[in-house]
Design a protein around this ligand. Structure first.
Ligand code: ZN
Ligand code: ZN
Length: 357
């Protein structure tokens, strides 16, 4: 095991979530002893995903107590004697700037072998597990996390600002999984429903991959203006679409979108991650229109690699960095969630150490 110097902390702070209606509790957790393939990663920045907001607002349920936050950018602080390797097979070292998949999968079970590691039978997810025992430090709302063995790690190029890189392992990678499901979009008429971070990212991906037109639906005018800056066509006249991507999770919006799906359309549902109303869908229509309908939840390690590469290539073309509209410290976590609820920004960021020595 690598010796860590006396100046390194023996414990780490984390904002523990005890359930909706409870304030966060700033707790200290001991530095875990590292097992083979593990590392301690200092959290540089963690953006709050919609699912974190839903959990805190009781629209979504998970185990408690827990340390939320999974859109994490970190720097390796300590590695075990057998260090973890990144997805290219290169061992991690102290100082490496990294992101990693939300999902830790076994790699052995039928689902892992069948191409759905995000549905592994022994799945665990950063920012979702119970804050107990030596694996307690698994969420980004903390000074550091324990990087677990078999995590899918990607090195993040220095040129990518923290705010751009943070959502790579959630929003961006999930969008990559959606495009993976639908295949090439060149020359296609694309409809994106919902202009949050996933919808905006999908708009940029469709544009950069040569879609004929990209139309964005969202009830909020500011979001539509933002969508134009991510490549949405202001004057898209297409009345039918070859590709429909839903990130809104609104049954009503999905039904409207299906009305304009053309023959042979590929339809991807991504946004419906909370309980929702049933969808009215006529099977004859699916058959006669030859529709392909995909459900996408999370992503594979290959999608995460694609996500970082997409951001590296295009972060200067599309204003990803502007989507983080406020930054808070760990000690300000209750205020941060309040701000996110009141103002509904695309993203806010938590930097554990701002305002603190
Ligand atoms: Zn997320
Ligand atoms: Zn598995």
């Amino acid at each position: 095991m690598t010796d860590h110097s006396a100046s390194e902390p023996s414990d780490f702070r984390a904002a523990v979530f005890h359930g909706p209606q409870h304030p966060f509790e700033l707790c200290r957790f001991p530095r875990p002893e590292l097992l083979s393939g593990e590392a301690i990663v200092q959290v540089e920045c963690c953006t709050l995903c919609g699912s974190d907001l839903h959990t805190v607002a009781a629209r979504r349920f998970g185990v408690t107590p827990t340390i939320l936050g999974h859109e994490i950018l970190g720097v390796v602080e300590q590695v075990s004697e057998t260090p973890p390797v990144d997805l290219q097979g290169v061992p991690l070292a102290e100082g490496d700037r990294i992101t990693w998949s939300i999902c830790v999968s076994c790699g052995q079970c039928d689902r892992c072998r069948g191409g759905l590691p995000q549905k592994c039978r022994q799945l665990s997810k950063y920012g979702h597990d119970a804050a107990h025992g030596r694996g307690a430090l698994s969420g980004g709302l903390a000074d550091a996390i324990l990087l677990r063995a078999n995590s899918a790690v990607v090195r993040v190029p220095r040129e990518l600002p923290d705010e751009v890189a943070c959502p790579a392992n959630c929003a961006t990678a999930t969008v990559m999984a959606a495009f993976h499901a639908i295949g090439p979009v060149e020359g296609m008429r694309v409809l994106v429903v919902g202009a949050g971070l996933l919808g905006l990212t999908a708009t940029a991906v469709a544009k950069s991959r040569g879609a004929e037109s990209t139309t964005v639906w969202d009830p909020i005018p500011e979001r539509l203006r933002l969508a134009e800056r991510f490549g949405a066509d202001r004057t898209a006249v297409a009345s039918h679409f070859d590709i429909v991507l839903d990130f809104s999770g609104s049954t009503e919006a999905i039904e409207k979108a299906l009305e304009v799906a053309d023959v042979g359309a590929r339809i991807v549902l991504v946004g419906s991650v909370m309980s929702s109303d049933d969808l009215r869908l006529n099977p004859e229509q699916v058959v006669r229109q030859c529709w392909q309908i995909h459900g996408i939840h999370n992503y594979t390690p290959a999608d995460l690699l694609d996500a970082v590469e997409f951001l590296r290539k295009h972060h200067q073309t599309y204003p990803f960095a502007e989507l983080v509209s406020a930054t808070f410290s760990l000690a300000q976590i209750d205020r941060a969630f309040q701000f996110a609820n009141d103002h509904r920004p695309v993203r806010i960021a938590i930097r554990p150490w701002i305002d603190e020595p």
